[in-house]
Design a protein around this ligand. Structure first.
Ligand code: SF4
Ligand code: SF4
Ligand code: SF4
Length: 184
């Protein structure tokens, strides 16, 4: 079966799920482009190379990343200051690739090799102890972005699957505690 336009566009995106494009992740952005609702220049992590690939597929002109959405930049990774972390665990569900390890009331740490630099863990941290630090001196080449995207997509799929399992268990638990005859 031939891949849909959405699938092909999504396959060209970096899969950091950072939302800088203005959509709730790479797939929603791909769907918006396929529907003619978004242009190809809204993904800073993908850079100009990704804009060109998306534009070619859409049959529109290419250019640089639109600065309204951010700038193409060298990759960064998150680092947690463990002397400040209070172990609240609020950063854990925010990470789309489960790159943070820790448990409630324990110090948390970022697995640098798995962090994609999306920055989604920064806002939930109540004590601002997560900092972004450079991970490379220059923006990644398109081939490296593509190679990493395959890994990040697999990690994100696993993250969503774990979330869905947890939600189902929670719903089953609440349902079991509800008195018989109560409407959901
Ligand atoms: S990587 Fe690009 S397409 Fe994916 S969410 Fe971030 S800005 Fe949007
Ligand atoms: S650790 Fe933070 S910056 Fe790194 S991938 Fe997870 S949420 Fe994104
Ligand atoms: S949100 Fe901040 S304080 Fe809470 S566990 Fe994560 S890094 Fe530590």
């Amino acid at each position: 079966m031939a891949a849909s336009l959405e699938d092909t566009l999504d396959g060209l995106l970096p899969q950091t799920q950072c939302t800088r494009c203005g959509y709730d992740g790479c797939r929603p952005y791909a769907e918006a482009m396929a529907a003619g609702l978004a242009g190809p220049d809204q993904c800073p992590p993908g850079g100009a190379g990704t804009v060109a690939a998306l534009a070619a597929l859409l049959g529109v002109g290419a250019g640089p990343v639109n600065p309204e959405y951010g700038a193409e930049a060298p990759p960064r990774v998150a680092v947690i200051d463990e002397s400040i972390c209070i172990g609240c665990a609020k950063c854990l569900p925010a990470c789309p690739v489960d790159a943070i390890i820790g448990a409630r009331r324990m110090l948390h740490t970022v697995v640098a090799g798995e962090c994609n630099g999306c920055e989604l863990c920064l806002a939930p941290c109540p004590v601002d102890c997560i900092e972004m630090v450079p991970a490379a001196p220059a923006p990644l080449a398109l081939e490296a972005i593509r190679a990493r995207s395959i890994h990040y997509r697999a990690r994100h799929d696993a993250h969503r699957s774990r979330e869905a399992g947890r939600d189902a268990r929670r719903a089953a638990h609440l349902s079991a505690r509800r008195p018989a005859g109560d409407a959901p």
